[in-house]
Each structure stands twice: as C-alpha cells, then as structure tokens.
Design a protein around this ligand. Sequence first.
Ligand SMILES: Nc1ncnc2c1ncn2[C@@H]1O[C@H](COP(=O)(O)OP(=O)(O)OP(=O)(O)O)[C@@H](O)[C@H]1O
Ligand SMILES: [Mg+2]
Length: 450
Amino acid sequence: MNNSDIFVGLDIGTTSIKVIIAEYVKNQLNIIGYGNTGSVGLNRGVIVDIDQVVLSIKDAVKQAEQRANIDISDVTVGIPANMLQIEQCHGMIAVSEEDGSAKEINESDVRKVTQAALVQNLPPERTVIDIVPDEFIVDGFDGIQDPRGMVGVRMEMQGVMYTGPKTILHNTKKCVERAGLNVADIVVAPIALSQVALNDGEQDFGAIVVDLGGGKTTAAVVHDHKLKYTYLDQEGGDFVTRDISVVLNTSIENAEMLKRNYGYAMSALASDEDSFPVQVVGRQEPEKVTEEYLSEIIEARLRQIFDKLAGALDQINAFQLPGGVVLTGGMAALPGIAELAEEIFQVQVKVFIPQEINLRIPSFTQVIGLVEYATKRSEIEMIVKQTLGSVKASRQVAATQSNRGMQAEQKPTKKQKKNNHAGQPKEKQDSNNEGGFGYKFKHMFDNFFD
Ligand SMILES: Nc1ncnc2c1ncn2[C@@H]1O[C@H](COP(=O)(O)OP(=O)(O)OP(=O)(O)O)[C@@H](O)[C@H]1O
Ligand SMILES: [Mg+2]
C-alpha cells in the first residue's frame, strides 16, 4: 500500500479485550476495524490464565479482522501499571576511532549507549518494560533527538526507564505470541492512554488521567509530556457490580445490567421515586428498587476508590497541576462520575470519551491510545527500544518510519520545534530563556516531579 500503514492496538483488559486496526494514510489515522470480547483469565489487570486469555485475544482479533477485511500479524500491546517504577537513566560511551579521532555516529552506537544506560541492579523479579530517550549528548552538546550521522568522540543518552514485574511482561508476550501475533511494541498503558485522553496543553502543563477499568483503577500524572507517576488501586467497576449483586441478592449479570441502565455514581443525582424490578435469588416475584438505593451502593465503592487515589495524589501535590483530573475507562460512562470525583478531588474534573465512529465509549480510550502511540514512535525511539530485545524489528514499524520521515520534512513535530537548538552548547540554550508567565507556570512543577 502506498503512503499508508496498518497499526493494530491490543488492550488486554480484566473485563474485555479490545482490538483496533487502524490505517495511517497521509498523516491521518483511520480506524478500519475493531473487536471487543469479554475476557476470562485476568485478575485485577494481571493475566492469571494464559490459555483463557489467548482464546479471548483470538476472538477479538478475528472480529476486528473481519470488520477490516484484512489479516493482521503485528500488534502494539499495553502493559498495566501494576508495580510500575519510573526511573531516570543515563549512559555514556566513547564513539571515537581507534586512533582517538572523532567518528560518525551510527545505529550500533545508539544501541551501545542504550545498553550502557540499562546497566543497573534490578531485583531478579523485575525487568525493564520500556526505555525512552529524552536526549542524546554528543561531546557535551545536548538536546539532540537523533545523533546518527553526527560526528563526535563521546556520546551520552539521557532517558526514562520503566520497570515492572517480569511475570507481567512475560505473560503478556506469551499470550500475544500464542494467539499467533507478533509483538511490534509493548507500551506502558497509561503513557498510551494519556496521548488521547489528555490534550496537548494538559500533557504539557500537567494533568492527572484516571482509567476506571473493570479490575483496577489507575491514576497517572503527566507533566511536560512525560509520565511522572502512577498509582494503581486494585479495585474497579467489577467490584461495583459485585457489591450490587451481594446487596440486592441478584446475579452478577443482573447487577451489571442494573449498573449500566439505572446507575449513578452519585446517589444525590438519582431519583428516589423512579424504581425498577430486580430479580432476587430465591424469590418468585421481582423486588422494586429505587435508582437512589442502587446508586448508594455504587457510590460507596467509588468513594472508597477515589479516597485512596486522592490520598496518593495529594502526597505528591498532583492536584496543583493546572489540568485537573480527566476520567476515562469503562466506568467513566456512569452518569455523575465527574461530580463525585470533583467533590472528592476538589479540582476540575472532566470525562474523556473517544469520538471515533462506533467507539464512542470510554472503554475504548486505552486501545485507541495504543495505536496513536504506535504512530508517534520515532525511528530513534524504536532503535533504543529494540535494544531491550522484547520487541521485534517489525515490518510495519519500518514502513511507517519512512512515512513519518516524510511527515517530519513537511512539518516539524512539536518535539523537533522544542529542540530546534539541538547541537548548541547548553549555556546557549539556557540563554534563550523564556521568562514569561506561561514559561514559569509550565516549569513550576519541573523539579517536583523530576
Ligand atoms: N455504560 C456503562 N455504565 C457503567 N459502567 C460501565 C459501562 N460500560 C462499561 N462499564 C464498566 O466498566 C468496566 C470495564 O471497563 P474497561 O473496559 O475500561 O475495563 P478493562 O480494560 O477490561 O479492565 P482493566 O483496565 O481494569 O483491566 C466494567 O466494570 C463495566 O461494568
Ligand atoms: Mg483497561
């Protein structure tokens, strides 16, 4: 296909598996197929039964393939933020010729400097999920996004490393491969999510995005376009459903239906007059329950989750970030969720719902984020990432890079604009100091979150 590439996102969620097939044509992403199947074999976002998850992935992929009318092989998959750690990393290597003279930097040097940055003592149960370069420094000249082709004797890489439990990474890869697919890229889920749920200003100045999933709730703090912090609470929408089932003495299926059809996140918003029949276990006749009573059950669990999030986020002063809180994920569809969150977090809260046709439900935000993120990965980022050995050099990625190269020629990316002083000594860059209010405000949190 000329000037187009196919990207596939795979979100292995506790409640459901979502797949999106998107076509990247002339710098625009068009979704051409999607799949969504209930998942079995996950607990609180973590794979606990590989065989079951493989079956669900296959089903979701098949649905998406049929809709798109193509067969897929390479997928970008998300990794949940369970026990995620975010660390700065730095590597330095000599790139000079044997006689000590300066040499042109190539891809192999980039791999070597990445390897140098990866040298660290991790506990045996942890591994590096992703490594993203912030900048390269060649002979003291910093702010370089891609050092290939430059000449120097010493190269450094400054970046961010995301580490997590080996078992999560291994099981995710295993499931994808057993489902007959290639792992094109493995992405820390909240990074991908924030690409779509937060707008450019929110990602820049700072905001909190909360993914209200079925098996877990994840809060992520983004500032200066980087993920700074995550907090994962191992409770989600499925716990709300279970509460409804227990309190009303009705089946899980019934409870789920009631939550979606009559539930409010805040009981004060629900009617104490409107009622609906509930099929109660062991009773012939259905019982009448008011929307208000149902919503009290929902609110109790949500308050508990939000209170825990508030405690963690408050400790790092995240509520001072100007972007406030953005809610997404399946439970964000619940009416009154923003009002409840606003009362607890005491900052501005909004709900993000994707606007893509057929996908206008917040459950899909994560998987849309994965394809969006895949299109934005630069060639240098992929070279650095492939040093980890966890992702394959993908045909699709390679093809896309040539496209993105063309795009970059026509229009510099934000990153390029931001670093258009690359290659100048540090002092010179600093002298280009933007002293305005916007600059100060934007950098207010730099030290705090670094
Ligand atoms: N319209 C709706 N109203 C209320 N709740 C909803 C609605 N749609 C989905 N949910 C709830 O959202 C949850 C599923 O959300 P989502 O698809 O984001 O989770 P997941 O990605 O499968 O799980 P996780 O991210 O926790 O691993 C379920 O608890 C479901 O009941
Ligand atoms: Mg999810």
